[in-house]
Write a protein that binds this ligand. Structure first.
Ligand code: SF4
Ligand code: SF4
Length: 315
């Protein structure tokens, strides 16, 4: 959108994806640390979070944004980054989300907090349009995530910037992008040793060929409005609400052992998203809506359900 409205050839956009309220702080720290470092270089900067993303939930994908430019930022009131140069994932299963690379600039960079290699991560991407570089950094082994609600909703943040996994992740961003000088990032993070490990130990893979991004046709608010009945009778409630897909919240997936399952339906009663159905083939999960809360596993009296890491599955 802003591409058409604003000509800002020197503007860099960084979009950080994380999971819910517990990772919100580390996601915010990445954008704040990078912009604070850029401010030391007399750049124009912005750092903010996307409150459309329901950041008070636990596993929901949430975004934090940074803009950095040597010139005044004309698009400063555009709420979402529309053309990121760098996309960061604070948790590896976010790689399956088909929105993460939306609008990525040609030759853009993807940085993922994971123990996996860039090749493995590339394998999970729904699309790699415009992607030029994949970077992986095992930030969880270099620092401890800051799990705190300090700083949420504008409260004072007592832990400081870059005390947790944000420090090595920001280090990896700088290694891959050179977006700020390393010494300036070092001045603003609370854990510079972890930041340097992220910089030195991340794996950087440049892609041989950059695939062009496919145009994505998304349903707009206007399209949705046009589908709403104006008056008179309305459709019965549907069994699925495509406006509230929660399957992309999941980091672990329930797997059922049908030999052990007695079809008692306890899991069906407890699933908060009504995504378990009794079929002729036994109990089935609707993975489009299963958010991976593990209540079914906890309540199954037969121990027939096991939560398995999401990236054990390609699809
Ligand atoms: S609670 Fe366990 S045993 Fe009962 S239907 Fe669900 S999976 Fe089967
Ligand atoms: S993990 Fe189990 S209880 Fe939770 S949403 Fe998925 S199917 Fe339902």
């Amino acid at each position: 959108m802003s591409e058409n409205l604003f000509a800002e050839p020197n503007l860099k956009q960084i979009t950080v994806w994380a999971r819910g309220v517990l990772q919100n702080k580390d996601a915010r720290d990445v954008v704040v640390a990078l912009t604070e470092a850029a401010a030391q270089e007399d750049k124009y900067v912005q750092a903010w979070e996307n409150y459309v993303d329901l950041p008070d939930r636990v596993y929901v994908p949430v975004r934090a944004y940074a803009k950095i430019s040597p010139d005044p930022i004309d698009s400063r009131y555009v709420y979402e980054n529309d053309a990121p140069d760098v996309v960061v994932l604070m948790e590896e299963t976010l790689v399956k989300n088909d929105k993460i690379l939306k609008g990525l600039k040609e030759g853009g960079i993807l940085v993922v907090n994971t123990r996996r290699s860039p090749e493995e991560i590339l394998n999970f991407l729904v699309t790699n349009g415009n992607l030029g570089t994949v970077v992986t950094v095992d930030a969880n082994s270099m620092s401890t995530a800051v799990v705190t609600l300090d700083g949420a909703e504008g409260a004072t943040d007592a832990t400081g910037i870059g005390a947790g996994i944000s420090a090595p992740v920001a280090g990896a961003v700088v290694k891959a992008s050179g977006i700020v000088k390393l010494e300036n990032l070092e001045k603003v993070v609370k854990n510079p040793a972890a930041m340097r490990r992220g910089y030195n130990e991340c794996q950087v893979m440049k892609l041989d060929k950059i695939e062009p991004a496919e145009p994505v046709k998304e349903e707009t608010a206007w399209d949705l409005l046009k589908r709403m009945p104006f008056a008179g009778t309305v459709d019965s409630p549907v069994s699925e609400n495509p406006g509230m897909v929660t399957g992309n919240w999941r980091t672990r997936r329930p797997v059922i052992d049908k030999e052990q399952c007695t079809e008692c339906s306890t899991c069906w009663i407890f699933c908060p998203d009504a995504c378990i159905t009794r079929t002729d083939n036994g109990m089935e999960f609707n993975l489009k809506y299963c958010k991976g809360c593990a209540l079914c596993e906890a309540t199954c009296p037969s121990g027939a359900i096991t939560m398995v890491p999401e990236l054990d599955f390609k699809e």
